[in-house]
Design a protein around this ligand. Structure first.
Ligand code: SF4
Length: 265
């Protein structure tokens, strides 16, 4: 059984994170790390201390604590673009990846090139083993239209589970005011689904703060946001929202589903 020791920078006032105990099979693809009770207590303490920190400060804390085993998954949403912008300032070497389901909008994929041009950061595209064509042939057609949970698992969750191997922590771009599930997200917590520490630097931010930063800094963003798409996922599962609708009403419209499964347990 492997033991990882976490050391804290000497000048930090935050409590020291001590151990993560990994599964016996931690070398196996998709194996999930297991935290000790002490580690969870220290994570919770850190999260409380970071409640009043700025997103910059939270990201700097995460980088100082976990890099080079700190990563970020992005769908190139407005919030994710803010985090990429911040990381570009002080930790551009942070590995960033996109879960490329094969169903994303062309405008989303083009953002990868705009990030490269603006920041020199190459976002890695992580793809399922089967192409869309192979997947649909194997399943008698599109799975998203009859079982989106399974499609999200096959095209996103399982891909992230593999991508997480070798990392200790990841950044997520969720905001607490987006959904009831996200409302209880800690700044820093244990993500048991992926066996990683999950850091949410924008948890306390509002949509207004996100767009203020984008406007002020000229951060690249998905042009679909200007066409009524408030939350952008895969093309078949995303529609424009109407006046008065919730920002995420355009995701999996017609299904009870509200999350792809990356951010709920
Ligand atoms: Fe499949 Fe839709 Fe989930 Fe994309 S968002 S992985 S198309 S169900």
């Amino acid at each position: 059984m492997a033991i990882l020791t976490k050391s804290l920078k000497a000048n930090s006032t935050l409590p020291q994170l001590k151990v993560i105990r990994l599964d016996d099979n931690d070398d196996a693809m998709g194996a999930v790390s297991q935290p000790t009770a002490e580690f969870l207590v220290e994570l919770a303490r850190s999260s409380v201390e970071l409640e009043t920190a700025t997103p910059h400060e939270i990201l700097q804390w995460a980088v100082s604590r976990y890099a080079p085993k700190f990563t970020m998954a992005t769908a190139f949403g407005a919030e994710g673009m803010c985090i990429i912008h911040m990381l570009a300032e002080f930790a551009p070497e942070t590995p960033i990846f996109n879960l490329d389901t094969g169903y994303q909008f062309a405008e989303t994929l083009e953002l990868r090139e705009r990030v490269k041009a603006r920041y020199g950061i190459g976002v890695e595209m992580k793809r399922p083993k089967q192409t869309v064509a192979e997947y649909e042939v194997a399943n008698g057609g599109p799975v998203y239209s009859r079982d989106p949970n399974r499609c999200c698992f096959d095209r996103k969750i399982s891909v992230l589970q593999e991508a997480a191997v070798g990392f200790d922590a990841w950044a997520s771009a969720i905001r607490r005011d987006q959904t009831p599930d996200r409302a209880v997200a800690p700044i820093v917590g244990w993500d048991k689904k992926f066996g990683l520490v999950k850091v949410s630097p924008l948890a306390n931010w509002t949509k207004k703060e996100v767009w203020s930063l984008i406007t002020k800094e000229g951060i690249p963003y998905n042009p679909l946001h200007d066409e009524g798409y408030t939350s952008i996922g895969c093309q078949p599962c995303t529609r424009r929202v109407g006046l008065g609708e919730d920002d995420r009403a355009g995701r999996w419209s017609g299904f009870a589903k509200t999350e792809c499964g990356l951010h709920n347990s």
